[in-house]
Design a protein around this ligand. Structure first.
Ligand code: UN1
Length: 491
């Protein structure tokens, strides 16, 4: 399958005629040839989005929402096929891929509804015979740059609110997940999005990404990816006074107190640490455990991890799929070596699986470290793989302090039966998302998604919070007194 860019309502080849291969990380199959577009393709896409903006912003928001409703119906009809394609291009197990598509469906219906809400407000004027209101306005061209780990959810969290708010879009997906990006844009086009309103450009960050963040024709940037790239995006886009939303990962922890339901905690930990092979921004990579249950929890986790089955995501016996590529396997393994050098105790895992059935894919054994201290690199840096570190604490105060010590602040969780501990945690865990008696993953699309400190720059995605990013406020004063009234001066 050879993919094309989508610019100004037409599927087009990259002007340089270059392509790269997209590989199934579970077995090494080539799944697509992807345009390695240049700066010129990105500039054409930005130009197309600029031209389409004036008419799109005047389409009544309920009509824009209706198109998204159709998109939601089409995604729903094609959920199974899309999930299967996702597993092939990035490895996550089928059930999780279907969940990823479901997030897109939910977001389509939610944002379709926003077409008829997008509420502003009225407020009294300080002067007589004068009316005051605040309305949401579109902004312009949105540059959307997305990672490979949620090939449907993340693009839809960004593109759908951008569109319902009346912006046009230039979309650069990760090179590892082009097929889902292609399918999504195809569906948007079929559902009736006018030419130029959504444009898709495949290519590298250094060519296409750089063009989008630097071009004066782009007004806002929504980026999900690494902390390091995010800082660069903020610098370049900041120079152009663009509005920028950054979602930059986490070092999320689950706290387990002595009074926790351990069976429930173990299920939540395994799902959060090894779901998507640990390749979620929200994945749990630290376990903060009160000393009284530390040994028991370690033993239970060891036994359960030993029974997790690695394999291709389309095999229904698989619990844990491959990592995205060889580079990721090497990065994960280098952290395992760092942990051992730092003096952490390797409980289980810590290597590539030796069985030859795994030799064509990028597999890594689910890994547990114990006796980790909160300063170690494995307890502070984002690994983005199936590596979990157990830290021992004496009480809730220490658990919260350890949780908040890292530079990231996306998601956190506590397992306890004590209502006082629950409310102290809600108040004091310094993350954008807090779970009680559930793991760190599984955010729902109608609540704000995002984190504090090094996780981003203060914006939130999803829910109505997304409208705050993709629209701007316009304050409107209507004076029907028939005379000049001076605010702050005429009493
Ligand atoms: C991400 O890892 O970037 O809460 C997004 C979750 C998913 C989204 C994760 N709904 O884990």
């Amino acid at each position: 399958m050879q993919l094309k860019n989508y610019i100004g309502g037409r599927w087009v080849d990259p002007e340089n005629g270059r392509y790269i291969q997209d590989i199934d990380p579970g077995n090494g199959d080539v799944v697509a040839d992807v345009p390695a577009s240049s700066r010129k393709d990105a500039e054409r896409a930005i130009e197309a989005a600029r031209q389409a903006y004036e008419s799109w912003r005047r389409v009544p928001a309920p009509k824009r929402g209706e198109i998204l409703f159709t998109v939601g119906q089409m995604l729903k009809e094609r959920k199974h096929e899309l999930a299967e394609k996702m597993t092939r291009e990035m490895g996550k197990v089928y059930a999780e891929a279907a969940g990823d598509v479901q997030e897109g469906i939910d977001m389509a219906f939610y944002m379709a509804g926003e077409g008829r809400r997008s509420f502003g407000y009225t407020t009294p004027s300080e002067l007589p015979d004068k009316f005051a209101m605040a309305t949401r306005d579109s902004i312009g061209v949105a540059g959307i740059i997305t990672p490979w780990n949620f090939p449907m959810a993340i693009p839809t969290w960004k593109i759908f609110p951008a569109l319902v708010c009346g912006n046009t879009v230039v979309f650069k997906p990760a090179s590892q997940t082009p097929i889902l990006a292609y399918e999504l844009i195809n569906i948007l086009a079929e559902a009736g999005i006018p030419a130029g309103v959504v444009n898709l450009v495949f290519g590298s960050g250094s060519e296409v990404g750089e063009t989008i963040i630097g071009d004066p024709g782009v007004n806002l940037i929504s980026f999900t990816g690494s902390n390091q790239t995010g800082r660069h995006v903020a610098r370049v886009a900041g120079e152009g006074l663009k509005r920028v939303s950054l979602e930059l990962g986490g070092k999320n922890a689950i706290i387990v107190m002595d009074d926790a339901d351990l069976d429930l905690a173990v299920d939540g930990i395994l799902w959060s640490a090894f779901g998507t092979s640990g390749q979620r921004c929200t994945a749990c990579s630290r376990l903060i455990v009160q000393e009284g249950i530390y040994d028991a929890l370690e033993q239970r986790l060891k036994d359960r991890i030993a029974s997790l089955k690695l394999g291709h995501g389309l095999d229904n016996h698989t619990d844990v799929g491959p990592l995205i590529n060889q580079q990721a396997v090497e990065k994960v393994h280098s952290y395992v070596e760092i942990g051992q050098r730092e003096g952490a105790r390797l409980v289980i895992g810590g290597s590539r699986p030796s069985d030859s059935v795994y030799s064509t894919g990028h597999y890594y054994a689910p890994t547990l470290f114990a006796d980790v201290t909160s300063e170690m690199r494995i307890a502070t840096e984002e690994i983005f793989g199936p590596v979990l570190s157990m830290i021992r604490v004496k009480d809730l105060d220490e658990a919260i302090a350890v949780n908040n010590r890292v530079t990231y602040g996306l998601s956190s969780s506590i397992f306890t039966q004590d209502v006082n501990r629950v409310f102290r945690s809600i108040r004091d865990l310094a993350t954008g998302i807090v779970y009680i008696n559930a793991g760190t993953i599984g955010a729902e699309i109608h609540l704000p998604f995002g984190g504090t400190r090094g996780t981003g720059n203060g914006h939130r995605e999803a829910g109505t919070a997304a409208l705050d990013f993709f629209s701007e406020w316009k304050a409107v004063y209507v004076d029907f007194s028939g005379k000049l009234q001076r605010a702050q001066i005429d009493a």
